[in-house]
Design a protein around this ligand. Structure first.
Ligand SMILES: [Zn+2]
Length: 445
């Protein structure tokens, strides 16, 4: 029987440790020591040794649990959580009309107050300690979402969805939507961006090119630039979508150019999907240092396409993982690693074995943690378990992913492989942000 760590730091943990390292490579300690200081930062991370024992602060022994950095979900839609797992087989634009716009239309403040706290617990239970979320179009529901995250303790970037073309909010006069949406977004940003020492941040969130005018894209990008907040939208997900964008923006060279002309590209921009890109678009993404949220389960669920991940990484584009719930059926980033790995294997197979080599399990771990942190420009503080960083971490039970009882491994790639290919809904037992435990995971007692 394991003892639960205290809810707040300082504390010392004895456990297995598996983490990517910022300078490259992976650290695995089969018997490790992780010290979380009172300020919520990691003191030291290293091997256990007898001199590690501290009479004043006895370690909490979590073995055989594995301590890892918390997962970072770069793309998820908060109002869509109730729809997760439903709608496979539809294409994007039909799926939006049939399932999503009716659901988001009902996401008012009361619904957000009910759903957002449960969503925070679900993120933590899935091992996600940081999530980059889209809300709905209603300002009060965004305040409710921020309040829920503020109380729960996870880390988040959230934005009010902006649509001034084909919006599901039919109460606003069409000629007033642009101004109101910009003002409400700016107000939300001023209230929440940087709250609690940067744990909460804002993202200006034009939904995608089809539902936004040129002015909406341009003005929202200008607000993001002037406030230092993020700018997020969708790029090149589905072939019907590409055709519609080309029809609506005939002056643009390609889809990415629609956002480029609006001033939307840059290091604080996160574009979801980015599947069907030309060589020019790939080069421009890299040149502008724009980040990509890779959402492989969503891309298979809606038959959108297979993103050539290795090609983008070869161009040094910053890529992290996104669940894209509810176009993706699962919040778990581990389950999304599996979908991503199968997608890469599929690309390799379809190229008669001449396609890119699939990523190693430890590469997926890096992508989902440090990769996400780098996409957010927050890798100095989160994304790996290294001294000085904030203690955003999870404790995972490898026994739940063993093929039969008693099978274990101390090879880090094998441990990670089973967590990615055989994820268990209860395998994340504990989660922390800044060393404070999060509600959601089942615990260990
Ligand atoms: Zn999305």
């Amino acid at each position: 029987m394991l003892t639960s760590p205290p809810a707040r730091p300082p504390f010392v943990l004895r456990a297995r440790v598996l983490t990517p390292i910022g300078a490259g490579g992976t650290r695995y300690e089969r018997d490790g020591r992780v010290e979380v200081a009172e300020d919520g930062r990691l003191g030291s991370v290293g091997p256990w040794h007898d001199a590690s024992a501290d009479a004043e602060r006895p370690p909490i022994d979590l073995r055989p649990l594995v301590l890892m950095p918390g997962m970072i979900d770069l793309h998820v839609h908060l109002p869509q959580l109730p729809n997760a797992g439903v709608g496979a087989g539809l294409h994007l634009l039909d799926w939006l009309e049939r399932y999503i716009f009716p659901l988001e239309r009902g996401f008012d403040e009361a619904t957000a107050e009910r759903l957002a706290p449960a969503a925070c617990r679900a993120f933590a239970a899935a091992g996600t300690t940081t999530a980059v979320m889209y809300g709905a179009v209603y300002e009060p529901s965004l305040d409710a979402a921020f309040r829920a995250v503020e109380t729960h303790g996870m880390r988040a970037v959230i934005g009010k969805v902006m649509m001034d073309r084909g919006s599901y909010d039919t109460r606003l006069a069409i000629d007033s939507i642009l101004e109101i949406s910009l003002q409400q977004s700016a107000d939300l940003c001023s209230r929440w961006h940087g709250a609690d020492g940067g744990r909460l941040r804002y993202a200006f969130t034009p939904r995608f090119a089809i539902t936004c005018s040129r002015e909406m894209l341009r003005e929202s990008a200008a607000l993001a630039a002037s406030t230092g907040a993020y700018w997020q939208t969708h790029l090149s997900e589905d072939h019907d979508e590409l055709d519609e964008v080309a029809r609506l923006f005939p002056e643009a060279i390609d889809y990415l150019d629609v956002y480029d002309r609006a001033g939307g590209l840059g290091p604080r921009t996160i574009l979801a999907h980015a599947i069907h890109l030309s060589d020019r678009e790939v080069a421009r993404l890299a040149e502008s240092d724009t980040a990509v949220a890779h959402c492989p389960a969503s891309n298979l669920f809606l038959s959108s396409g297979a993103m050539p991940l290795a090609h983008y990484l070869g161009h040094r584009i910053r890529v992290g993982m996104g669940s894209d719930v509810s176009a993706g059926p699962e919040l778990s980033i581990f389950a999304n690693m599996r979908a991503g790995a199968y997608t890469q294997s599929g690309l390799h197979v379809l190229a008669d074995g001449r396609g890119p080599e699939p990523l190693d399990p430890l590469d997926w771990l890096r992508l989902a943690t440090l990769g996400g942190a780098k996409a957010l420009g927050q890798d100095a503080d989160i994304g790996s378990l290294e001294a000085g960083k904030e203690a955003d971490m999870i404790a995972v039970d490898p026994r739940l992913v063993a093929p039969v009882e008693g099978i274990d491994s101390h090879d880090p790639a094998e441990i990670m492989s089973r967590l990615a290919f055989r994820p268990h809904p209860d395998m994340v037992r504990l989660a922390w942000v800044r060393g404070r435990s999060l509600d959601g995971p089942p615990g260990i007692a």
